[in-house]
Design a protein around this ligand. Structure first.
Ligand code: ATP
Ligand code: MG
Length: 586
């Protein structure tokens, strides 16, 4: 007996009889085949959350279960694609139907017409299991994409052939008749299994000085990025999409404004990856569920993005997942829960909120992945949060803070002063600074950890002194304290702030970060020595040093050496000129 719609309330549809179906099964609703998901089963009645506009849907229209949960199609051809929350390519749906996304559009994720040259790397007779590589295709020039035996599949290769294939073509068969295709499917809500989780000791290099230097995140770590309205969350996520050192970037635009996604789309193709010299769009996958798209698919969009990221991790890649914003995702949960009449928890969010946020963050990690040849991969997760009124004590931010290893807290006061990135150094923190220190030492200089410690304590002292000067004025301070204020000002205004809109400063290589930080700290140390030797505070070349460092900040990389030489000469001169002066005074 065909199941039929018995009731429509907004995006919720009831249908019966649906006895055969399971919770979370994907269904096609009505004559137009709207995509939906079973969110409740009571007897033979299924409640279906429809991902698309239900206007015009009538009682009595047929409902067909697909018999499977929402799955992602994973295979070569994902790089460079732009998908909606349930995995349909926006560009291609638009081509076919002349609109953004049309209800029930049948487009599948991977382009059926695109062909790849598959080169088998196993022979008939080989025993294979989930994660084993059976061959290679070149997904993008220079990007080799191993074709995997899907997790949970195993057997003996009966047949395998090299040649030109589409994503859904069979390239190998196992002895029990199972067919292996270039792409396979995986349920988006289920984390893909790994062989072994590994500790992250390599940093996820962001190219943002304040983050790399003070609050580093390890590859495979997770970050909560909360900030009130207009504090720069989106600009940071976009900067990471552009400049972070990852092999693959999955950007999830979740419930935010459509024009922001349009900005990324306009920018990425024109920018070149500093490592490969190729367009940055070639390493990116965008999952887009903007505020004008159905709220039900918003929840799925985060799961879909994470599943795609885990898949590239399983290929052996270092993947970054940038979600903007998790608050909009949580709001979708709240809205869906309310429609279902669930008992609300804190501030109306589902009682399972913190558990569900935990599950999202837990999908990050560095791992030895399953299958041969042996390889490692990582998913680093950065979730922006937009707490209402900038109040971090609200439930979504609190739940994220409990599970994230790193906190990049954005401060509205810094944003108002146009200090960007407005990362608050007093409240942000990282659990990965020690684990990643060795990498920074090897890639910059021996003194990286020491510079970091000294900078942090300089900033703490600066905060105390600024409170004092607010009361008594700077003249009342000792010269050594005035020096702290000047050195910290250099740290804040030149080392930690960085303009995303300055082509030479948008990305700071770790060497440049080290150089600027080392100059600020050397100025403080040697300035102190000069004061002790009797140099007058007014004679310290603070103005000229600042100017030189400001120029360094926006200088092209090849001009840095010369400017750094000049800055160092200025700092060294502070020690030297003091001697004769002291003698003269005696
Ligand atoms: N790193 C930066 N360099 C220069 N300007 C910046 C930087 N970060 C943020 N800004 C400025 O702040 C503005 C707001 O930033 P952004 O849109 O990222 O904030 P948001 O936190 O995402 O806001 P919303 O709450 O509306 O989503 C930007 O348009 C830009 O002018
Ligand atoms: Mg934003």
């Amino acid at each position: 007996m065909t199941a039929r719609v018995v009731r429509v309330t907004g995006s919720l549809v009831e249908a019966r009889p649906m006895r055969e179906s399971a919770l979370f099964d994907l269904v096609r609703v009505g004559a137009r085949g709207l995509l939906g998901e079973i969110v409740r089963l009571q007897g033979e009645v299924a409640t279906i959350q429809v991902y698309e506009e239900t206007a015009g849907l009538a009682v009595g229209e047929p409902v067909r279960s697909t018999g499977a949960a929402l799955e992602a199609e994973l295979g070569p051809g994902l790089l460079g694609s732009i998908l909606d929350g349930v995995g349909r390519p926006l560009a291609r749906v638009a081509d076919q139907e002349g609109d953004f996304v049309l209800p029930g559009a049948e487009a599948v994720t991977l382009d059926p017409d695109r062909r790849f040259a598959f080169e088998a790397t196993v022979q008939p007779g080989a025993r294979v299991t989930g994660g084993d590589v059976v061959g290679l295709v070149e997904e993008r020039p220079g990007f080799l994409h191993p074709i995997l035996v899907p997790p949970r599949v195993s057997g003996i290769v009966a047949e395998v052939s090299s040649g030109s294939f589409g994503a859904r073509d069979v390239v190998a068969a196992l002895d029990d008749g199972q067919a292996l295709t270039l792409a396979h499917r995986w349920p988006v809500r289920e984390p893909r299994p790994v062989a072994e989780w590994l500790r992250g000791d390599r940093p996820f290099v962001t190219g943002q000085r304040v983050l790399d230097f003070l609050f580093p995140v390890a590859e495979g770590g997770s970050v909560a990025l909360p900030g009130g309205f207009g504090t720069g969350k989106t600009v940071i996520e976009h900067s990471l999409a552009k400049w972070a050192d990852a092999d693959v970037v999955v950007f999830i635009g979740c419930g935010e404004r459509g024009n922001e996604i349009a900005d990324v789309l306009a920018e990425l193709p024109a920018l070149l990856d500093p490592r490969t010299g190729r367009s940055l769009i070639e390493r990116a996958i965008l999952v887009v569920n903007t505020s004008n798209m159905p709220v039900a698919a918003r929840e799925a969009s985060v799961q879909l993005g994470l599943t795609i990221a885990e898949y590239y991790r399983d290929l052996g890649q270092r993947v970054a997942v940038l979600a903007d914003s998790l608050s909009r995702w949580a709001e979708a949960l709240r809205e869906l829960g309310a429609r279902l009449g669930e008992m609300p928890g804190e501030e109306g969010y589902p009682t399972t909120l913190s558990d569900r946020i935990g599950k999202v963050f837990e999908r990050a990690g560095r791992a030895r992945v399953r299958g041969a040849p042996e390889r490692q991969g990582a998913v680093t997760f950065i979730g922006a949060l937009s707490p209402p009124g900038g109040d971090f004590s609200e439930p979504v931010t609190q739940a994220a803070l409990r599970v994230a290893g790193t906190l990049w807290a954005l401060d509205p006061a810094l944003a108002r002063q146009r200090h960007f990135p407005a990362v608050d150094w007093a409240t942000s923190h990282s659990l990965h600074a020690e684990a990643t220190a060795q990498w920074f030492v090897e890639n910059t200089a021996e003194d990286w950890p020491e510079l970091r410690r000294e900078t942090s304590s300089l900033l703490r002292r600066d905060a105390e002194l600024r409170e004092v000067t607010a009361l008594v004025g700077v003249e009342a301070l000792q010269e050594s304290d005035r020096l702290v204020l000047e050195a910290a000002r250099i740290v804040r205004e030149i080392v930690l702030s960085q303009s995303s809109f300055d082509p030479n400063d948008a990305r700071s290589p770790v060497m440049k970060t080290h150089r600027l930080a080392a100059l600020a700290i050397a100025f403080h140390r040697q300035g102190l020595a000069a004061l002790e030797r009797g140099t007058a505070f007014a004679r310290l070349p603070i103005g000229e040093l600042r100017q030189t460092m400001v120029r360094m900040r926006s200088a092209p990389d090849d001009a840095l050496d010369e400017l750094a030489l000049h800055a160092n000469a200025l700092i060294d001169s502070m020690g030297r000129e003091a001697e004769p002066e002291k003698e003269a005074a005696q």
